[in-house]
Design a protein around this ligand. Sequence first.
Ligand SMILES: [Zn+2]
Length: 326
Amino acid sequence: MISEIEKNFYRITLRMPYRLKHVNAYLLAHDKELALFDTGLNITGAYEYLANDMANKGLNINNIKKVFLTHVHTDHCSMAGVLQKKTGAKVYLSKAAFEEYQHFCKADSTVKQLKKFYSRQGMGSRQIDAVIEEYEIIRDIIDEFNTDNFLQNNETHDFGDWKFEVIFTPGHAAGHTCFFFRKKSFLLAGDHILPYIAPILSPDIFDDNFRPLATYLDSLNVIEKLPAVTVYPGHGNAFIDLKERLEDIRKHHEKRKRMIWGCLNSEPKTAYTISSEISVSAVHNFEKFMALNETIVYLKELKAEGAIKEDMTDNVLFYTRIKNTG
Ligand SMILES: [Zn+2]
């Protein structure tokens, strides 16, 4: 469904068969040329749906000349390749996001690393196979694209009368980027800040030193400094209470981190054991996988803070509490 937020600026809400049910793309128009921010999910009929939706407002999908991506999660980027092939659009994203995408597309090395990473966290091989199956389904959805149009942090882009700044906000995903329209005081936030839920954080299976929570919280601070009034998120409705939302998200993470710490004592536990304790309602393999990822994110942070200890036995990581604050 497309709606005109203001003259030449549109929100397009696209369906998807996941928990969040829909994803938002945004569209700028200048004369006949169009720039699309995120693309929606590449499911059957998605391109035709987008074309029809745009036609309802007199917009021609073939006029999309630029596609800007906030990050490379499937629901935001998987139509970029389709659009590039059909309309000749140039694709813009951060170099870090593109590298993440290239990693993701290399099936063999990703499957190998998935097995190694999650077996170390105490996950059983049958569940790891289910995760790999899920990965392969998601990978098949992404239509490959090419680009060397890498966004630079804080640079300004012009699109006709529109001007916007590139704001790097890594955390939710590697190379995540927001777009700030200073003159209009609005922010296209991707999945960096969402109205109803705290955006999901996950470990980087290729980089053990990556601290998703610390990185994400730093990126919240970056956004807090911008004079943004209205936030247009990747999921859900626009909102204006940015400061309040930032506080709620910070509190959420602090609370969850303390809860994970509360599960630990002197008895060594794997991340998988801890995640099963905190997510008893998770039934499906994918839910269990998400709970495990969340647990790993907080364990990484607690370890970096010196509150817990990590030891490897027979290629499995075990965690214990080493002090009484967390
Ligand atoms: Zn995302």
